[in-house]
Design a protein around this ligand. Structure first.
Ligand code: ISE
Length: 337
């Protein structure tokens, strides 16, 4: 492999276009060599921002042409498996946007297929693990300086969502991130999920009962609550308070220039996830590219983590109808140690 890793980006929607820009303009050691996108208009538009990249409608053709050294999958989750399979069969390193696949059965199929290779090849795009504040909080948990972690209180707030955002997406599209990052922070897996409903926001469209409060119990006894709110209007906010035996830690608070003007005090808040997690996205892709260059191939959440998240999401979707739903899993195979 030469110094410039040739990446094929599958899907040239908003996320794919964002990754193409990131790879070509803010990542060292990599270039977008192919755009795989069935929509001709989108493909042409994306190609303009990726000089020299070939366009394909099928991943199989890019592989057959030997046009890619690695694959970044940014199509919607229901289309991941048909891309993951040929990419794995070609033994290519893969970064797959979340979720790995939409359900645990298909995620398990991917995990089983991947285990036929010599080592993990799939990194899942849970970018929060690359956010500097999450990194600091994890270091605090691991250090034990504040004593044992006892509880995690989280908020995940989006300004608004479109009519196509179905109720199950509160879990599968949004809380999916907490199902990855919380076990990683706390060093323990989710064993049960419960959902509670406060008053429903009148701003939620018909058929969407939200906000919700998601309660997770971790295997080590840490209790977690997450307010999931997709119509908060004022901006985008993902914040966490960790309660330790000897104190608290908070991340995700608004920061930056403080401004006093016309009898008011201002501190800007984010308006969407692309700015809130801009640094995390850049660091995630750079870490992945570096891992491919050094042969470790994966520098973050792997396919087993993606499978664990799929199991938690299934429990979460069931919990939308009430009850405390257990999350059961086989132990992590040594392959993913
Ligand atoms: C979106 O798909 C994301 O992944 C964002 O990080 C999340 O905050 C949002 O709720 C999802 O819809």
């Amino acid at each position: 492999m030469n110094n410039s890793l040739r990446i094929g980006v599958v899907g040239a929607g908003a996320m794919g276009a964002d990754h193409i820009d990131r790879i070509n303009n803010r990542t060292s050691g990599a270039v977008v060599s192919a755009i795989i996108e069935p929509d001709a208009g989108r493909a042409a538009q994306a190609a303009e921002s990726a000089p020299g990249a070939a366009t394909y409608t099928r991943i199989e053709d890019a592989i057959a042409d030997n046009a890619v050294d690695a694959v970044l999958i940014a199509v919607p989750g229901q289309f991941h498996e048909p891309v993951l399979i040929p990419a794995l069969e070609a033994k290519l390193p893969i970064l797959c946007e979340k979720p790995l696949t939409p359900d645990s059965e298909s995620s398990l199929r991917i995990v089983e297929l991947e285990q036929k290779l010599d080592r993990p090849h799939i990194q899942v795009g849970f970018m929060r693990r690359f956010d500097p504040e999450y990194n600091n909080l994890r270091r605090l948990v691991e250090s034990g300086d504040a004593g044992e972690l006892v509880m995690i209180r989280g908020v995940h707030r989006n300004p608004s969502v479109g009519e196509s955002y179905a109720e199950s997406m509160l879990i599968t599209d949004s809380v999916v991130h907490e199902f990855d990052v919380i076990p990683w922070l706390a060093g323990s897996r989710v064993v049960s999920v419960e959902v509670k409903y406060p008053r429903t926001s009148s701003l939620a469209h018909a058929g969407l009962r939200e906000p919700i409060l998601v309660i997770m119990e971790l295997e080590n006894g840490v209790l977690v609550d997450v307010e999931m709110n997709v119509n908060i209007q004022f901006g985008y906010q993902v914040a966490t308070e960790a309660v330790f035996e000897k104190g608290l830690a908070r991340i995700g608070q608004p920061s930056g220039i403080q401004q006093w003007s016309e009898g008011r005090f201002f501190l800007n808040e984010h308006t969407d996830f692309t700015t809130r997690f801009a640094v995390a996205y850049d660091r995630q892709i750079q870490a992945w590219v570096d891992a491919i260059h050094d042969g470790s191939l994966v520098a973050g959440p792997n396919a087993w983590d993606g499978y664990q998240v799929a199991l938690a999401c299934e429990a979460g979707v069931k919990a939308l109808d009430g009850g405390i739903i257990p999350v059961e899993s086989a132990p992590r195979p040594a392959f993913y140690a």
